[in-house]
Write a protein that binds this ligand. Sequence first.
Ligand code: GDP
Length: 521
Amino acid sequence: EFGEDEGGEEDLVVRPPVVTVMGHVDHGKTKLLDALRSANVVDKEAGGITQHIGAYQVTTDVDDNERRITFIDTPGHEAFTAMRARGAQATDIAILVVAANDGVMPQTVEALNHAKAAGVPIVVAVNKIDLPEADPTKVRGQMAEYGLVPEEYGGDTMFVDVSAKSELNLDRLLEAVVLTADASLDLRANPTQDAQGLVVEAHLDRGRGPVATVLVQRGTLRVGDSIVAGPAYGRVRAMLDEHGDNIEEADPSRPAMVLGLNAAPGAGQNFIVVEDDRMARQIAEKREARERAAMQAKRRVRRSLEDFMASMEKGESQELNLILKGDVSGSVEALEDALSKIDVGDEVGIRVIDRGVGAITETNVDLAAASDAIIIGFNVRPQGKATEMADREGVEIRYYSVIYQAIEEIEAALKGMLKPEYEEVSLGRAEIRAIFRSSKIGNIAGCMVTEGLIRRNAKVRLVRDGAVVADNLDLASLKREKDDASEVREGFECGLVLRNYQDIKEGDFVEAFEMREIPRS
Ligand code: GDP
Protein backbone atom coordinates (compact mmCIF):
# COMPACT_ATOMS: atom_id res chain seq x y z
CA GLU A 1 0.00 0.00 0.00
CA PHE A 2 3.00 2.31 0.29
CA GLY A 3 6.31 2.75 -1.49
CA GLU A 4 6.65 2.30 -5.20
CA ASP A 5 5.28 4.42 -8.01
CA GLU A 6 2.41 2.94 -9.94
CA GLY A 7 2.47 2.64 -13.71
CA GLY A 8 5.49 2.51 -15.98
CA GLU A 9 8.44 4.70 -16.98
CA GLU A 10 6.19 6.85 -19.17
CA ASP A 11 4.14 7.92 -16.14
CA LEU A 12 7.14 9.32 -14.28
CA VAL A 13 7.69 13.07 -14.21
CA VAL A 14 10.66 14.98 -12.76
CA ARG A 15 10.01 16.16 -9.21
CA PRO A 16 11.86 18.78 -7.15
CA PRO A 17 14.61 17.64 -4.74
CA VAL A 18 13.80 17.70 -1.03
CA VAL A 19 16.57 19.29 1.02
CA THR A 20 17.52 19.21 4.71
CA VAL A 21 19.90 21.81 6.16
CA MET A 22 22.43 20.43 8.63
CA GLY A 23 25.52 21.63 10.44
CA HIS A 24 27.10 22.67 13.73
CA VAL A 25 25.13 24.76 16.20
CA ASP A 26 25.25 28.52 15.49
CA HIS A 27 26.72 28.07 12.03
CA GLY A 28 23.56 29.62 10.58
CA LYS A 29 21.17 26.81 9.62
CA THR A 30 18.07 28.63 10.85
CA LYS A 31 19.18 31.93 9.38
CA LEU A 32 19.83 30.28 6.04
CA LEU A 33 16.42 28.58 5.98
CA ASP A 34 14.79 31.94 6.82
CA ALA A 35 16.81 33.78 4.18
CA LEU A 36 15.94 31.27 1.46
CA ARG A 37 12.26 31.37 2.36
CA SER A 38 11.94 35.14 2.50
CA ALA A 39 14.05 35.71 -0.59
CA ASN A 40 11.60 33.56 -2.44
CA VAL A 41 8.54 35.36 -1.13
CA VAL A 42 9.90 38.65 -2.39
CA ASP A 43 10.45 37.07 -5.80
CA LYS A 44 6.88 35.97 -6.02
CA GLU A 45 5.55 39.28 -4.71
CA ALA A 46 3.36 37.23 -2.44
CA GLY A 47 4.32 39.78 0.16
CA GLY A 48 2.28 37.98 2.78
CA ILE A 49 3.49 36.73 6.10
CA THR A 50 5.09 33.38 5.65
CA GLN A 51 3.89 30.61 7.86
CA HIS A 52 6.04 28.01 9.48
CA ILE A 53 4.51 24.78 8.29
CA GLY A 54 7.59 22.58 8.57
CA ALA A 55 8.56 22.66 4.91
CA TYR A 56 8.47 25.09 2.02
CA GLN A 57 9.20 25.25 -1.67
CA VAL A 58 11.26 27.84 -3.54
CA THR A 59 11.68 28.51 -7.23
CA THR A 60 14.95 29.35 -8.92
CA ASP A 61 16.26 29.80 -12.45
CA VAL A 62 18.85 27.33 -13.69
CA ASP A 63 19.92 27.70 -17.32
CA ASP A 64 16.73 29.63 -18.05
CA ASN A 65 14.59 26.83 -16.64
CA GLU A 66 12.38 27.44 -13.67
CA ARG A 67 13.29 24.84 -11.08
CA ARG A 68 11.66 24.16 -7.74
CA ILE A 69 13.34 22.96 -4.52
CA THR A 70 11.62 21.81 -1.34
CA PHE A 71 13.19 22.57 2.02
CA ILE A 72 12.44 20.73 5.24
CA ASP A 73 12.15 23.62 7.66
CA THR A 74 13.56 21.82 10.69
CA PRO A 75 17.33 22.30 10.73
CA GLY A 76 19.71 19.64 11.99
CA HIS A 77 20.43 16.02 11.47
CA GLU A 78 18.57 14.90 14.60
CA ALA A 79 15.12 15.28 13.03
CA PHE A 80 16.42 13.84 9.78
CA THR A 81 17.78 10.73 11.45
CA ALA A 82 14.79 10.38 13.80
CA MET A 83 12.59 10.22 10.68
CA ARG A 84 14.92 7.71 9.12
CA ALA A 85 14.81 5.54 12.24
CA ARG A 86 11.06 5.40 11.67
CA GLY A 87 11.68 4.14 8.16
CA ALA A 88 10.98 7.45 6.43
CA GLN A 89 13.42 8.99 4.02
CA ALA A 90 12.18 12.43 3.12
CA THR A 91 15.48 14.01 2.17
CA ASP A 92 17.16 13.78 -1.25
CA ILE A 93 20.02 16.21 -0.67
CA ALA A 94 21.68 17.65 2.43
CA ILE A 95 23.03 21.19 2.63
CA LEU A 96 25.87 21.12 5.13
CA VAL A 97 26.35 24.58 6.61
CA VAL A 98 29.87 25.43 7.83
CA ALA A 99 30.59 28.88 9.26
CA ALA A 100 33.64 30.25 7.50
CA ASN A 101 34.92 31.94 10.67
CA ASP A 102 34.65 28.78 12.73
CA GLY A 103 35.43 25.92 10.37
CA VAL A 104 34.62 22.25 10.78
CA MET A 105 33.27 21.47 14.25
CA PRO A 106 32.13 18.22 15.91
CA GLN A 107 28.52 18.48 14.78
CA THR A 108 29.67 19.29 11.25
CA VAL A 109 31.31 15.87 11.18
CA GLU A 110 28.34 14.25 12.86
CA ALA A 111 25.94 15.75 10.30
CA LEU A 112 28.21 14.63 7.49
CA ASN A 113 28.23 11.10 8.82
CA HIS A 114 24.46 11.04 9.16
CA ALA A 115 24.01 12.21 5.57
CA LYS A 116 26.56 9.66 4.36
CA ALA A 117 24.91 6.87 6.33
CA ALA A 118 21.65 7.73 4.58
CA GLY A 119 23.36 7.83 1.19
CA VAL A 120 22.29 11.43 0.65
CA PRO A 121 24.50 13.68 -1.52
CA ILE A 122 25.86 16.79 0.16
CA VAL A 123 26.20 20.40 -0.95
CA VAL A 124 28.41 22.50 1.33
CA ALA A 125 27.27 26.04 2.15
CA VAL A 126 30.25 27.96 3.51
CA ASN A 127 28.35 30.56 5.52
CA LYS A 128 29.14 33.92 7.15
CA ILE A 129 31.54 35.00 4.44
CA ASP A 130 30.51 38.57 5.22
CA LEU A 131 32.71 38.37 8.33
CA PRO A 132 36.26 39.73 7.98
CA GLU A 133 37.77 36.65 9.65
CA ALA A 134 35.97 34.28 7.26
CA ASP A 135 38.33 31.74 5.69
CA PRO A 136 36.41 29.74 3.08
CA THR A 137 39.60 28.14 1.71
CA LYS A 138 40.42 26.68 5.09
CA VAL A 139 36.91 25.19 5.30
CA ARG A 140 37.42 23.53 1.92
CA GLY A 141 40.69 22.01 3.10
CA GLN A 142 39.11 20.71 6.29
CA MET A 143 36.14 19.20 4.47
CA ALA A 144 38.42 17.51 1.95
CA GLU A 145 40.00 15.67 4.87
CA TYR A 146 36.59 14.20 5.60
CA GLY A 147 36.14 13.00 2.05
CA LEU A 148 34.18 15.96 0.67
CA VAL A 149 36.56 17.21 -1.99
CA PRO A 150 35.46 20.48 -3.67
CA GLU A 151 34.75 20.35 -7.39
CA GLU A 152 37.31 23.08 -7.99
CA TYR A 153 39.97 20.75 -6.55
CA GLY A 154 38.88 17.87 -8.74
CA GLY A 155 36.37 16.35 -6.35
CA ASP A 156 32.65 15.97 -6.80
CA THR A 157 31.20 18.06 -3.99
CA MET A 158 29.86 21.53 -4.72
CA PHE A 159 30.87 24.26 -2.27
CA VAL A 160 29.14 27.66 -2.32
CA ASP A 161 30.25 30.66 -0.26
CA VAL A 162 27.18 32.34 1.17
CA SER A 163 26.05 34.82 3.73
CA ALA A 164 22.65 34.09 5.20
CA LYS A 165 22.81 37.46 6.91
CA SER A 166 23.61 39.54 3.81
CA GLU A 167 21.62 37.16 1.55
CA LEU A 168 24.70 36.66 -0.57
CA ASN A 169 24.91 33.92 -3.21
CA LEU A 170 21.66 32.25 -2.19
CA ASP A 171 20.76 31.78 -5.87
CA ARG A 172 24.09 30.04 -6.45
CA LEU A 173 23.41 27.73 -3.55
CA LEU A 174 20.03 26.82 -5.04
CA GLU A 175 21.67 26.23 -8.39
CA ALA A 176 24.23 23.91 -6.77
CA VAL A 177 21.38 21.89 -5.26
CA VAL A 178 19.66 21.52 -8.63
CA LEU A 179 22.92 20.59 -10.39
CA THR A 180 23.79 18.04 -7.71
CA ALA A 181 20.33 16.52 -8.01
CA ASP A 182 20.59 16.36 -11.80
CA ALA A 183 24.06 14.84 -11.64
CA SER A 184 23.53 12.14 -9.05
CA LEU A 185 19.84 11.47 -8.55
CA ASP A 186 16.93 10.31 -10.65
CA LEU A 187 14.12 12.25 -9.02
CA ARG A 188 10.92 11.27 -10.71
CA ALA A 189 7.45 10.36 -9.52
CA ASN A 190 4.08 9.51 -10.97
CA PRO A 191 1.83 12.55 -10.39
CA THR A 192 -1.33 10.87 -11.66
CA GLN A 193 -1.81 8.14 -9.09
CA ASP A 194 -3.44 8.45 -5.65
CA ALA A 195 -1.18 10.54 -3.44
CA GLN A 196 1.29 9.09 -0.92
CA GLY A 197 3.87 10.77 1.23
CA LEU A 198 5.15 11.60 4.68
CA VAL A 199 4.02 13.62 7.64
CA VAL A 200 6.64 16.31 8.31
CA GLU A 201 5.02 17.69 11.43
CA ALA A 202 1.59 17.85 13.02
CA HIS A 203 -0.08 19.49 15.96
CA LEU A 204 -3.44 20.18 17.48
CA ASP A 205 -4.59 23.71 16.63
CA ARG A 206 -7.17 25.32 18.92
CA GLY A 207 -9.31 26.69 16.17
CA ARG A 208 -8.67 24.31 13.32
CA GLY A 209 -8.29 21.00 15.10
CA PRO A 210 -5.53 18.59 14.07
CA VAL A 211 -3.28 20.05 11.36
CA ALA A 212 -0.58 18.08 9.63
CA THR A 213 2.08 19.24 7.20
CA VAL A 214 2.59 16.49 4.68
CA LEU A 215 5.13 16.09 1.94
CA VAL A 216 3.63 14.52 -1.16
CA GLN A 217 6.07 11.92 -2.54
CA ARG A 218 4.03 10.54 -5.42
CA GLY A 219 0.61 11.19 -6.88
CA THR A 220 -1.35 14.40 -6.41
CA LEU A 221 -3.17 15.22 -3.20
CA ARG A 222 -6.47 17.08 -3.58
CA VAL A 223 -9.00 18.76 -1.34
CA GLY A 224 -11.78 16.25 -0.76
CA ASP A 225 -9.46 13.20 -0.77
CA SER A 226 -9.93 10.65 1.99
CA ILE A 227 -6.59 9.96 3.62
CA VAL A 228 -4.96 7.85 6.27
CA ALA A 229 -1.94 9.45 7.96
CA GLY A 230 -0.25 7.20 10.48
CA PRO A 231 -3.04 6.08 12.76
CA ALA A 232 -5.09 9.23 11.94
CA TYR A 233 -7.65 9.56 9.15
CA GLY A 234 -10.12 11.99 7.64
CA ARG A 235 -11.13 13.88 4.53
CA VAL A 236 -8.93 16.77 3.37
CA ARG A 237 -11.14 19.75 4.25
CA ALA A 238 -8.62 22.37 3.13
CA MET A 239 -4.94 22.66 2.22
CA LEU A 240 -2.64 25.62 2.82
CA ASP A 241 0.77 26.34 1.39
CA GLU A 242 3.72 27.97 3.16
CA HIS A 243 2.27 31.44 2.51
CA GLY A 244 -0.97 30.54 4.25
CA ASP A 245 -2.81 30.52 0.93
CA ASN A 246 -5.44 27.93 0.16
CA ILE A 247 -4.41 25.39 -2.47
CA GLU A 248 -6.56 22.85 -4.23
CA GLU A 249 -3.88 20.29 -5.00
CA ALA A 250 -0.31 19.31 -4.20
CA ASP A 251 1.99 17.42 -6.60
CA PRO A 252 5.15 15.37 -5.81
CA SER A 253 7.67 17.05 -3.44
CA ARG A 254 5.06 19.68 -2.56
CA PRO A 255 4.54 20.31 1.15
CA ALA A 256 1.02 21.17 2.24
CA MET A 257 -0.74 21.79 5.50
CA VAL A 258 -3.75 19.52 5.67
CA LEU A 259 -6.91 20.20 7.71
CA GLY A 260 -9.56 17.58 8.38
CA LEU A 261 -7.78 14.73 10.16
CA ASN A 262 -9.26 13.27 13.33
CA ALA A 263 -5.92 13.35 15.18
CA ALA A 264 -2.37 14.61 14.79
CA PRO A 265 -0.09 11.89 13.36
CA GLY A 266 3.62 11.68 14.22
CA ALA A 267 6.45 13.16 12.17
CA GLY A 268 7.87 10.55 9.81
CA GLN A 269 4.65 8.57 9.53
CA ASN A 270 3.33 8.06 6.05
CA PHE A 271 0.01 9.00 4.52
CA ILE A 272 -1.98 7.51 1.67
CA VAL A 273 -5.12 8.46 -0.19
CA VAL A 274 -7.84 5.81 -0.11
CA GLU A 275 -11.20 5.30 -1.77
CA ASP A 276 -13.54 6.80 0.78
CA ASP A 277 -13.93 7.80 4.41
CA ARG A 278 -15.09 4.40 5.52
CA MET A 279 -12.05 2.75 4.03
CA ALA A 280 -9.83 5.42 5.61
CA ARG A 281 -11.24 4.68 9.00
CA GLN A 282 -10.86 0.93 8.60
CA ILE A 283 -7.26 1.19 7.49
CA ALA A 284 -6.44 3.66 10.25
CA GLU A 285 -7.80 1.30 12.85
CA LYS A 286 -5.84 -1.59 11.40
CA ARG A 287 -2.72 0.54 11.30
CA GLU A 288 -3.13 1.49 14.90
CA ALA A 289 -3.34 -2.15 15.91
CA ARG A 290 -0.38 -2.99 13.71
CA GLU A 291 1.62 -0.12 15.12
CA ARG A 292 0.97 -1.31 18.63
CA ALA A 293 2.10 -4.80 17.66
CA ALA A 294 5.13 -3.40 15.88
CA MET A 295 6.10 -1.38 18.92
CA GLN A 296 6.08 -4.55 20.96
CA ALA A 297 7.93 -6.51 18.31
CA LYS A 298 10.54 -3.78 18.03
CA ARG A 299 11.45 -4.30 21.64
CA ARG A 300 12.31 -7.84 20.76
CA VAL A 301 14.40 -6.95 17.72
CA ARG A 302 17.99 -6.48 18.71
CA ARG A 303 20.61 -4.83 16.64
CA SER A 304 23.57 -6.64 18.06
CA LEU A 305 26.61 -8.57 17.02
CA GLU A 306 24.49 -11.70 17.28
CA ASP A 307 21.89 -10.25 14.95
CA PHE A 308 24.57 -9.31 12.53
CA MET A 309 25.96 -12.79 12.59
CA ALA A 310 22.51 -14.28 12.05
CA SER A 311 21.87 -12.02 9.08
CA MET A 312 25.28 -12.88 7.66
CA GLU A 313 24.40 -16.55 7.92
CA LYS A 314 21.29 -15.88 5.90
CA GLY A 315 23.48 -14.13 3.38
CA GLU A 316 21.84 -10.77 4.07
CA SER A 317 24.38 -8.35 5.41
CA GLN A 318 27.98 -8.10 4.39
CA GLU A 319 28.99 -5.23 6.62
CA LEU A 320 28.96 -4.64 10.32
CA ASN A 321 28.04 -1.00 10.91
CA LEU A 322 29.68 0.57 13.94
CA ILE A 323 29.42 3.91 15.72
CA LEU A 324 32.46 4.72 17.83
CA LYS A 325 32.35 7.03 20.82
CA GLY A 326 35.41 7.69 22.96
CA ASP A 327 36.64 9.92 25.76
CA VAL A 328 39.32 11.63 23.71
CA SER A 329 39.88 11.91 19.98
CA GLY A 330 43.13 9.93 20.24
CA SER A 331 41.34 6.86 21.54
CA VAL A 332 38.64 7.06 18.86
CA GLU A 333 41.30 7.29 16.17
CA ALA A 334 43.30 4.42 17.63
CA LEU A 335 40.18 2.29 17.84
CA GLU A 336 39.14 3.04 14.30
CA ASP A 337 42.65 2.40 13.09
CA ALA A 338 42.81 -0.97 14.83
CA LEU A 339 39.38 -1.90 13.52
CA SER A 340 40.43 -1.12 9.98
CA LYS A 341 43.21 -3.69 10.34
CA ILE A 342 40.86 -6.53 11.23
CA ASP A 343 40.92 -8.85 8.28
CA VAL A 344 38.75 -11.91 8.26
CA GLY A 345 38.51 -12.26 4.52
CA ASP A 346 36.42 -10.67 1.84
CA GLU A 347 33.12 -12.01 3.09
CA VAL A 348 32.83 -9.78 6.13
CA GLY A 349 33.57 -6.09 6.49
CA ILE A 350 33.40 -3.37 9.11
CA ARG A 351 32.05 0.05 8.32
CA VAL A 352 32.42 2.88 10.83
CA ILE A 353 29.48 5.15 10.01
CA ASP A 354 30.05 7.70 12.75
CA ARG A 355 32.62 8.49 15.37
CA GLY A 356 32.95 11.17 17.97
CA VAL A 357 34.22 12.30 21.33
CA GLY A 358 31.95 12.42 24.35
CA ALA A 359 29.01 10.61 25.88
CA ILE A 360 26.72 8.37 23.86
CA THR A 361 23.72 10.50 22.93
CA GLU A 362 20.19 9.88 21.74
CA THR A 363 21.28 11.04 18.28
CA ASN A 364 23.89 8.27 18.23
CA VAL A 365 21.19 5.75 19.12
CA ASP A 366 18.91 7.15 16.43
CA LEU A 367 21.58 6.76 13.80
CA ALA A 368 22.33 3.23 15.01
CA ALA A 369 18.66 2.33 14.78
CA ALA A 370 18.36 3.85 11.31
CA SER A 371 21.48 2.10 10.02
CA ASP A 372 21.35 -1.19 11.92
CA ALA A 373 24.57 -0.29 13.64
CA ILE A 374 25.94 -1.14 17.04
CA ILE A 375 27.59 1.44 19.27
CA ILE A 376 31.04 1.00 20.77
CA GLY A 377 31.62 3.15 23.84
CA PHE A 378 35.28 3.53 24.79
CA ASN A 379 35.67 4.98 28.28
CA VAL A 380 32.35 6.75 27.83
CA ARG A 381 28.86 6.28 29.16
CA PRO A 382 25.43 7.06 27.75
CA GLN A 383 23.87 10.42 28.41
CA GLY A 384 20.29 11.33 29.34
CA LYS A 385 17.76 8.96 27.87
CA ALA A 386 20.19 7.24 25.49
CA THR A 387 20.14 3.92 27.37
CA GLU A 388 16.37 3.89 27.60
CA MET A 389 16.11 4.69 23.94
CA ALA A 390 18.66 2.01 22.99
CA ASP A 391 16.55 -0.53 24.87
CA ARG A 392 13.41 0.64 23.16
CA GLU A 393 14.96 0.66 19.69
CA GLY A 394 16.87 -2.56 20.24
CA VAL A 395 20.27 -1.00 19.71
CA GLU A 396 23.26 -2.71 21.30
CA ILE A 397 25.85 -0.59 23.10
CA ARG A 398 29.12 -2.31 24.03
CA TYR A 399 31.47 -0.67 26.51
CA TYR A 400 35.22 -1.05 26.60
CA SER A 401 38.15 0.54 28.36
CA VAL A 402 40.92 -1.43 26.67
CA ILE A 403 41.34 -1.18 22.91
CA TYR A 404 42.65 -4.66 22.28
CA GLN A 405 39.68 -6.10 24.14
CA ALA A 406 37.27 -4.28 21.85
CA ILE A 407 39.20 -5.43 18.82
CA GLU A 408 39.43 -9.00 20.06
CA GLU A 409 35.71 -9.25 20.68
CA ILE A 410 34.70 -7.77 17.36
CA GLU A 411 37.22 -9.86 15.51
CA ALA A 412 36.05 -12.98 17.33
CA ALA A 413 32.47 -12.17 16.43
CA LEU A 414 33.34 -11.69 12.78
CA LYS A 415 35.43 -14.85 12.76
CA GLY A 416 32.59 -16.64 14.48
CA MET A 417 30.75 -16.07 11.27
CA LEU A 418 33.37 -18.04 9.48
CA LYS A 419 33.84 -20.63 12.18
CA PRO A 420 33.99 -24.05 10.58
CA GLU A 421 31.14 -26.41 11.16
CA TYR A 422 31.87 -29.82 12.60
CA GLU A 423 30.33 -33.20 12.07
CA GLU A 424 30.60 -36.25 14.21
CA VAL A 425 32.54 -39.18 12.83
CA SER A 426 32.14 -42.50 14.62
CA LEU A 427 35.39 -44.39 15.33
CA GLY A 428 34.24 -47.59 16.97
CA ARG A 429 32.90 -49.22 20.14
CA ALA A 430 34.06 -51.46 22.96
CA GLU A 431 32.05 -53.64 25.33
CA ILE A 432 32.78 -53.47 29.06
CA ARG A 433 33.33 -57.05 30.23
CA ALA A 434 34.85 -56.54 33.67
CA ILE A 435 35.33 -53.71 36.14
CA PHE A 436 38.36 -53.24 38.37
CA ARG A 437 37.93 -50.76 41.16
CA SER A 438 41.01 -48.75 42.03
CA SER A 439 40.88 -46.13 44.75
CA LYS A 440 43.77 -44.36 43.09
CA ILE A 441 42.69 -44.05 39.46
CA GLY A 442 38.97 -44.80 39.60
CA ASN A 443 37.00 -47.59 37.97
CA ILE A 444 38.91 -49.34 35.23
CA ALA A 445 36.79 -50.86 32.48
CA GLY A 446 38.13 -54.08 31.03
CA CYS A 447 36.87 -53.97 27.45
CA MET A 448 36.79 -55.82 24.16
CA VAL A 449 36.84 -53.57 21.09
CA THR A 450 33.97 -54.98 19.06
CA GLU A 451 33.92 -52.46 16.20
CA GLY A 452 36.42 -50.07 14.64
CA LEU A 453 38.81 -48.71 17.21
CA ILE A 454 39.10 -46.75 20.45
CA ARG A 455 41.48 -43.83 20.38
CA ARG A 456 43.06 -42.31 23.48
CA ASN A 457 42.26 -38.71 22.58
CA ALA A 458 38.82 -39.36 21.08
CA LYS A 459 35.54 -38.27 22.65
CA VAL A 460 33.51 -41.13 24.07
CA ARG A 461 29.97 -41.77 25.22
CA LEU A 462 28.62 -44.51 27.47
CA VAL A 463 25.71 -46.56 26.14
CA ARG A 464 23.62 -48.80 28.36
CA ASP A 465 20.80 -50.95 26.97
CA GLY A 466 20.84 -48.90 23.79
CA ALA A 467 20.52 -45.55 25.58
CA VAL A 468 23.21 -42.94 26.05
CA VAL A 469 23.84 -42.48 29.78
CA ALA A 470 26.81 -40.11 29.50
CA ASP A 471 28.02 -38.16 26.50
CA ASN A 472 31.03 -36.18 25.36
CA LEU A 473 33.43 -37.77 27.85
CA ASP A 474 37.20 -37.96 27.67
CA LEU A 475 39.42 -40.92 28.49
CA ALA A 476 41.69 -40.58 31.49
CA SER A 477 43.71 -43.55 30.29
CA LEU A 478 43.79 -46.29 27.68
CA LYS A 479 45.95 -49.36 28.11
CA ARG A 480 46.71 -52.42 26.07
CA GLU A 481 48.04 -55.14 28.38
CA LYS A 482 50.15 -53.05 30.77
CA ASP A 483 51.15 -50.34 28.32
CA ASP A 484 49.60 -47.00 27.49
CA ALA A 485 48.11 -47.13 24.01
CA SER A 486 47.18 -44.37 21.60
CA GLU A 487 44.59 -46.61 20.02
CA VAL A 488 43.27 -50.15 20.30
CA ARG A 489 41.75 -51.94 17.33
CA GLU A 490 38.79 -54.26 16.87
CA GLY A 491 39.33 -57.74 18.27
CA PHE A 492 41.71 -56.62 21.02
CA GLU A 493 41.17 -56.17 24.70
CA CYS A 494 41.93 -52.93 26.52
CA GLY A 495 41.58 -51.24 29.87
CA LEU A 496 40.20 -47.73 29.97
CA VAL A 497 39.23 -45.14 32.54
CA LEU A 498 36.64 -42.44 31.87
CA ARG A 499 37.59 -38.98 33.09
CA ASN A 500 35.32 -37.76 35.88
CA TYR A 501 32.82 -40.55 35.35
CA GLN A 502 32.74 -43.68 37.49
CA ASP A 503 29.25 -45.10 37.07
CA ILE A 504 30.04 -47.95 34.69
CA LYS A 505 28.52 -51.44 34.49
CA GLU A 506 29.40 -54.69 32.82
CA GLY A 507 27.61 -54.93 29.48
CA ASP A 508 27.86 -51.14 28.86
CA PHE A 509 29.35 -49.98 25.56
CA VAL A 510 31.93 -47.24 25.17
CA GLU A 511 31.56 -45.53 21.81
CA ALA A 512 34.41 -43.44 20.48
CA PHE A 513 33.91 -40.56 18.05
CA GLU A 514 35.66 -37.52 16.65
CA MET A 515 34.44 -34.06 15.63
CA ARG A 516 35.68 -33.39 12.14
CA GLU A 517 35.64 -30.02 10.36
CA ILE A 518 33.31 -29.74 7.38
CA PRO A 519 35.09 -27.89 4.60
CA ARG A 520 33.34 -24.59 3.75
CA SER A 521 31.98 -24.49 0.27
P1 GDP B 1 21.94 27.55 13.83
O1 GDP B 1 22.16 27.21 15.27
O2 GDP B 1 22.86 26.81 12.95
O3 GDP B 1 20.52 27.44 13.39
O4 GDP B 1 22.41 29.08 13.68
P2 GDP B 1 21.52 30.39 13.56
O5 GDP B 1 20.86 30.48 12.24
O6 GDP B 1 20.66 30.50 14.76
O7 GDP B 1 22.66 31.49 13.57
C1 GDP B 1 23.56 31.61 14.68
C2 GDP B 1 24.08 33.03 14.76
O8 GDP B 1 24.86 33.32 13.60
C3 GDP B 1 22.97 34.06 14.79
O9 GDP B 1 23.34 35.09 15.65
C4 GDP B 1 22.90 34.55 13.35
O10 GDP B 1 22.41 35.86 13.26
C5 GDP B 1 24.36 34.46 12.93
N1 GDP B 1 24.50 34.26 11.49
C6 GDP B 1 23.89 33.34 10.74
N2 GDP B 1 24.28 33.47 9.45
C7 GDP B 1 25.15 34.50 9.40
C8 GDP B 1 25.90 35.11 8.35
O11 GDP B 1 25.84 34.75 7.17
N3 GDP B 1 26.73 36.10 8.71
C9 GDP B 1 26.85 36.54 9.98
N4 GDP B 1 27.67 37.54 10.22
N5 GDP B 1 26.14 36.01 10.98
C10 GDP B 1 25.29 34.99 10.71
